[in-house]
Design a protein around this ligand. Structure first.
Ligand SMILES: [Zn+2]
Length: 384
């Protein structure tokens, strides 16, 4: 290694203007998860940046959503580091033209400026500076998903992610950074279940005894479901939406509910799935029928002891090198770091630019956090 960390810090400071231009370039384009062409174009642009640095770049191609970019540097048969994030945003086509990349009083706005074009910029420049300095401490693998914001529901990206992550010694996700310098070591997973209850309709006045109320069946089962919440385990069940019946003077033939389940561990989720099966097969009201189906599943980033150890080492390195002290946090929202921890890889998430209000029009990022977080990533890659 020819350059030391101080020299790389200076290089990052000197490149600020160029980095701001890249950040702007990435924000000023429509690449919502629904815009496959837009996301794929971002992938090609990033490929064009990485190849001249010596990365081998390939894509996992999907029919309906943005492709996943995978770029490798060094001898991948050795333990490697994963640098990761996503290229898609939650914003509709036309947003980039309507409210483009803007900097006012140190605040950056524009679609995906925080989530997570700033992080992608940091990632690209870190590997640029490091490869330029002859970095050879670890092989590097960059994984950038094209459909993170829709939870890989219409692609095989989740499985591809797991397969690509195998063999990594640690992972860094350049996701949305937190204002208070929290670094995420745990994220809850989220599942959604839709329940249908079929009863037997009857006139409420003439022959109620012939009726079998789907609403009553649902009410019993909604209470059973919520009873499964275990705050200590970190598993919660919320029957968030209910509907049923058509008129007040009929025994309701149908009922329906939508249930949100949050979980800290796969073990917790599996407990709920097993219990839901039992609840579905149970009958409070004779002749009723219940069906339950899982419609959405976002994996949990499980808290690994090795992630906490990695955090402690990372924090020491940050402080020793004049960067702000960090704190390890657990949050509710998901990210692709879940696939890294699922593969048992110690992972730090939310290393991107700091800011607030992602997924909304109020989204903004701290301009100065671009260089601050660039230095942090450089320090981690040079010292861990
Ligand atoms: Zn994100």
């Amino acid at each position: 290694m020819e350059k030391n960390l101080r020299e790389l810090f200076c290089e990052a400071e000197a490149a600020k203007e160029e980095m701001m231009e890249t950040w702007k370039f990435l924000v000023n384009r429509d690449c919502g998860s629904g815009n496959k062409a837009g996301v794929d174009q971002v992938g090609r642009d990033i490929k064009a940046v990485l190849e001249p640095l010596g990365f081998k770049v390939r894509f996992h191609e999907y029919e309906k959503v943005g492709n996943m970019l995978v770029a490798e540097y060094g001898d991948m048969s050795k333990p490697f580091i994963v640098l990761t994030g996503h290229m898609d945003t939650v914003f509709a086509d036309g947003t980039a033209a309507k409210r483009p990349f803007t900097v006012v009083n140190g605040r950056v706005t524009g679609p995906g400026c925080l989530d997570m074009k700033g992080g992608v910029t940091i990632l690209l420049y870190a590997v640029k500076f490091l490869t330029g300095a002859g970095y050879d401490r670890y092989p590097l693998k960059i994984i950038l998903a094209g459909d993170e914001e829709v939870g890989h529901n219409q692609s095989n990206a989740g499985n591809d992610y797991l397969a690509e992550a195998k063999g990594a010694v640690m992972g860094f996700n350049l996701e949305t950074g937190f204002m208070d310098n929290g670094i995420v070591v745990e994220r809850k997973g989220c599942c959604r279940f839709e329940w249908d209850f079929q009863g037997v309709g009857a006139h409420a006045g003439n022959n109620p005894e012939d009726g079998r109320s789907a609403v009553q069946e649902m009410c019993h089962k909604a209470i059973d479901m919520e009873g499964l919440t275990d705050f200590e385990e970190g598993t919660t069940v919320n029957v968030g939406v209910i509907s049923g019946g058509t008129v007040a003077n009929a025994v309701p033939e149908h009922a329906h509910c939508i249930v949100d389940v949050r979980f800290r561990s796969e073990k917790g989720l599996n407990r709920i799935i097993d219990s839901f099966k039992k609840i579905a097969s149970r009958q409070y009201i004779p002749d009723t029928k219940t069906t339950c189906r899982l419609t959405t599943r976002i994996e949990a980033m499980e808290r690994l002891d090795s992630s906490l150890e990695l955090f402690n080492r990372a924090n020491d390195i940050a402080v020793k090198n004049g960067l702000p002290e960090m704190k390890a946090i657990a949050v509710g929202g998901g990210s692709d770091s879940a696939y890294l921890t699922k593969a048992g890889i110690p992972t730090l998430c939310a290393l991107g630019v700091r800011g607030q209000f992602n997924h909304t029009e109020r989204e903004w990022a701290v301009e100065d956090s671009l260089i601050e977080r660039e230095k942090l990533l450089l320090a981690l890659l040079m010292k861990l």
